[in-house]
Design a protein around this ligand. Structure first.
Ligand code: AR6
Length: 183
């Protein structure tokens, strides 16, 4: 699925965030220490090699909602943007903290002249954020910022399961419904 809004494309695809060779930057659903972990962080650090943790660790610990940028090492990208999502039910207000992740990641992308960026569904794995609720926050944040983006022209959402992809498609349609966005 692909939508054009204010000259920026939003694409939704099923796949592995560590295998997005057509994007300048990939976003990591990180831990505060910016080390390897399970899920997205495990996949990104495994594919990037030990140099990623070595570069990232001194930039931590980070707080929920914060984002930092590093090189991509052995990943097929230029940058990794590491975001710490909120733990659902613990880090509050979780909607605002999750929204800040997306906003801060896009700000870093703009500052680093990133043209294309892929996001995983931050916080929806180990951190327990319900997928539909998280998708609403992600898309409303993106759409709010999209007309201000100067460098970023492609935003790709990489969902691990087909079910999560379908949920994201539905929520994106709902978010755009009734609003007249220039293509
Ligand atoms: N590519 C794309 N999406 C994935 C992949 C992948 N390779 N692997 C999992 N997902 P999670 P969080 C999906 O747990 O909830 C880490 O261990 C997954 O199905 O990676 O923000 C860190 O060290 C889910 O929908 O991130 C932190 O401690 C989504 O990506 C903590 O987990 C996010 O799942 C962060 O938890």
């Amino acid at each position: 699925m692909k939508k054009m809004i204010s000259g920026v494309s939003i694409e939704l695809r099923q796949g592995d965030i560590a295998n997005q060779a057509d994007c300048d930057a990939v976003v990591n659903a990180a831990n505060a220490q910016l080390e390897s972990g399970g899920g997205v962080a495990g996949a990104i650090h495994r594919a990037a090699g030990p140099g990623l943790a070595k570069e990232a660790r001194p930039l931590g610990p980070i707080k929920p909602g914060q984002a930092v940028i590093t090189g991509a090492h052995d990943l097929p990208n230029k940058h990794v943007i590491h975001c710490l999502g909120p733990v659902y039910g613990k880090d509050k207000p979780e909607g605002e903290l999750l929204s800040r992740c997306y906003g801060n990641a896009l700000d870093l992308a703009e500052q680093n002249e990133v043209n294309s960026i892929s996001f995983p569904a931050i916080s929806t794995g180990i951190f327990g954020y319900p997928v539909e609720e998280a998708a609403k926050v992600a898309f409303s944040t993106l759409i709010e910022k999209i007309s201000h983006l100067k460098k970023v022209k492609r935003i790709v959402f990489v969902l691990y399961s087909n079910q999560d992809l379908e949920t994201h498609k539905r929520v994106l349609e709902q978010t755009l419904q009734g609003k007249d966005y220039p293509g």
